[in-house]
Design a protein around this ligand. Structure first.
Ligand code: MG
Ligand code: ZN
Length: 354
């Protein structure tokens, strides 16, 4: 009998070892909804008929967003903190509070042969994507930011921003320069599927069209192209995908603009989650850099089944933002923490020892 029990125990242990989920992800898709606070999510998804991507996550946390010099962060400091792990001043791109260049996630991952990429509905040189591959003291230097792609720490960039490559103040054609370095480059408003190990694909002069202007499924297509290319050789990769214009709707205090952008982001998250579930080795983390507009949803006395969207500001606010995580290592993102901890959670999960 004792023998039977011990054989049984060995079988249980062996099956657990076989079936245990891998703890460390091989792929990471980090989705940032710029300006996406809880009220933006609640308001945009309130009467949405499709699948709510946010409700598919079991692990949820809250991130405190203050920057080093302002309780209310901007997107420069708000993305830099994810990339370098240090809170910095508003307007900073990949530099610390003393304006010193600090190693970012992409550089740390490159040392371990991971592939990296950014997808955005702004220009690829805008604050949020820029913070992952560039190091400049001001987010406004988009010409200079574009040049950092020559450092080869970012394998793929899809979004707007042709202007900063082709109509530069210094007259250089940066796309030609990148092409000579081995990047496949494209400047075309029409995004088509393309296979390339290193890819810069620019689809607008600056920011992409809004959803209301007919951007269509650009963000889903770009994300799919990015995931396919970065994961083409079963290599490890880290992809940042930004719903850039959720923030711009907030700055305009335009609820319908914000809502259309957030629903587009929701569909992108759904697509990434579907792929991650299939793959089993992909960690998906969704968060925001800050809330925009101080949006509240107030009682509508005329129609009590809905609400009145009310903005308190044309700028950002200092409220905590949600973090959603799925996949190997997701549990690490539960709880309440400062935004720089997101960097350290990635670092630990991705076994970056430096
Ligand atoms: Mg942004
Ligand atoms: Zn903003």
């Amino acid at each position: 009998m004792r023998k039977i029990i011990s054989v049984f125990l060995i079988l249980v242990l062996a099956s657990q070892m076989l079936w245990a989920k891998p703890k460390n992800p091989k792929k990471v898709v980090f989705l940032i909804g710029d300006g996406m606070g809880l009220t933006q999510i609640t308001g945009a998804m309130a009467h949405y008929k499709g699948r709510n991507a946010f409700e598919r996550f079991q692990v949820i946390g809250l991130s405190k967003t203050a920057s080093s010099d302002n309780y209310v962060t901007d997107s420069g400091a708000g993305a830099t903190v994810f990339s370098i792990g240090k809170k910095t001043y508003n307007g900073a791109i990949g530099v610390d509070s003393s304006k010193k260049e600090s190693l970012g996630l992409f550089e740390l991952l490159k040392e371990r042969n991971w592939r990296t990429g950014v997808v955005a509905t702004s220009s690829v040189t805008h604050a949020t994507p820029a913070a992952f591959y560039a190091h400049v003291s001001s987010r406004r230097s988009e010409d200079e930011i574009a040049e950092f792609l020559k450092r080869r720490n970012c394998d793929l960039a899809i979004g707007g921003g042709m202007k900063f490559f082709l109509k530069r103040k210094d007259g250089r054609n940066l796309l030609t320069e990148l092409n000579e370095m081995g990047f496949t480059v494209a400047a075309d408003t029409n995004l088509v599927d393309i296979k390339a190990k290193k890819l810069i694909y620019l689809c607008a002069d600056e920011g992409m069209k809004t959803m209301q202007e007919g951007r269509g499924d650009f963000l889903q297509k770009a994300t799919k192209i990015a995931m396919n290319n970065l994961g083409s050789d079963k290599e490890n990769y880290f992809l940042m995908v930004e719903g850039s214009q959720i923030d711009w709707g907030g700055h305009d205090n335009n609820f319908e603009y914000m809502k259309a952008e957030l629903i587009d982001f929701n569909e992108t998250i759904n697509q990434v989650l579907d792929a991650a579930i299939k793959d089993g080795n992909t960690l998906v983390v969704v968060t925001a850099d800050h809330e925009t507009g101080g949006l509240s949803l107030l009682e509508n006395k005329e129609n009590k089944q809905t609400f009145i969207s009310n903005y308190a500001s044309k700028g950002h606010s200092g409220v905590m933002v949600p973090v959603f995580a799925y996949g190997p290592g997701a549990e690490a993102f539960a709880g309440i923490y400062e935004n720089n901890q997101i960097f350290y959670k990635f670092k630990k999960l991705l076994r970056i020892t430096k």
